[in-house]
Write a protein that binds this ligand. Structure first.
Ligand code: RIB
Length: 312
């Protein structure tokens, strides 16, 4: 049985890395193009699998060339794709991504089949193979319908399985209180934490305040990523701790947050403490930033361990 279950999105990413990201109306020539598998959910699944996790993925792709390629890629990573449905009416999600020399990005997503991932899809995975109730950790994000996330949270809570929410892309409306109180862990970046709490999160002091608000809403563990500043880790019991980011040569920050969540899930599923799982995730996400692309940038467990050993 799979220990880590990811419920979420799968996209095909069309990426151009160039000197600058064009402004509206501008054309920038001279970029490098790659097409690679993406989608926040699938990225998390691949990150967890490369780091040694036993992963199953619940998703929808289109019954098209991109959907078939996405599934093939996931299978090659050893991920259980029995719960990835091919939707007959919608195309596979597509993301157009522009990356500049500072490794910053701009992303536009045509969700396609991701919008059809339904509460019934999650329920079916549970009813046919006890996928949810036998998981060690469940991970999800906000690129598929909220009703599907709510059903996942309801089942996770019913079976007392820890649910990690990576609230990306940033929610434009408040998340329901009934959802937040069912989360074992939330992992916003500074923008997402600002949307979720209503306070501008820019540094560790504001992140600490945001973490307190999220704990008051019932979330047990809060990790707020602050880019190069590091990560605030709070278990709601002890004083929040600040873990520094690793210093790397940044090429592309796309999917670094997804890598962090997948690695965090992997660490927690194998019994690491929250702090150790966060430390593992910081190294994994830092390494992913040194490479272009989403799934193709995810590091292996060996790479993370080698980096960590080299630092001792
Ligand atoms: O988080 C990065 C991901 O966001 C990309 O892979 C893209 O598909 C979008 O979903």
């Amino acid at each position: 049985m799979s220990k880590i279950v990811v419920v979420g999105s799968s996209n095909t990413d069309m990426v151009i890395r160039s000197r600058t990201i064009p402004r509206p109306g501008e054309t920038v020539i001279g970029g490098q193009f790659v097409m690679n598998a993406g989608g926040k959910g699938a990225n998390q699944a691949v990150a967890a699998a490369r780091l040694g996790g036993d992963v199953a993925f619940v998703a929808r792709v289109g019954n098209d060339m991109f959907g078939k390629q996405a599934i093939q890629g996931l299978v090659a990573e050893g991920i259980d794709t029995r719960y990835v449905k091919k939707d007959e009416t919608e195309a596979t999600g597509i993301a157009l991504i522009l990356v500049d020399e500072q490794a910053e990005n701009l992303i536009s997503v045509a969700s396609g089949a991701n919008e059809k991932l339904s509460p019934e899809d999650v329920l079916e995975a549970e009813e046919t193979s006890r996928l949810i109730s036998s998981a060690k950790v469940i991970v999800t994000q906000l690129e598929t319908p909220l009703a599907t996330l709510e059903k996942t949270a309801e089942l996770a809570s019913q079976f007392q399985i820890p649910l990690i929410l990576d609230p990306a892309p940033a929610p434009k409306t408040p998340l329901p209180a009934s959802l937040l109180e069912k989360l074992a862990c939330i992992k916003p970046n500074e923008t997402e934490a600002s949307y979720l709490t209503g306070i501008p999160v820019t540094d560790f002091d504001s992140a600490r305040q945001a973490a307190r608000i999220l704990h008051e809403k019932g979330v047990k563990m809060v990790l707020i990523t602050l880019g190069r500043q590091g990560v605030l880790v709070s278990d709601g019991i002890r004083e929040p701790e600040i873990l520094p980011a690793i210093q790397v040569e940044a090429v592309d920050s796309t999917a670094a947050g997804d890598c962090f969540s997948g690695a965090l899930a992997c660490g927690l599923a194998e019994g690491k403490s929250l702090r150790d799982a966060a430390q593992f995730a910081i190294v994994a996400a830092g390494l992913s930033v040194t490479r272009l692309g989403a799934q193709q940038s995810m590091p292996t467990r060996e790479e993370v361990l080698a980096f960590t050993e080299g630092k001792k």
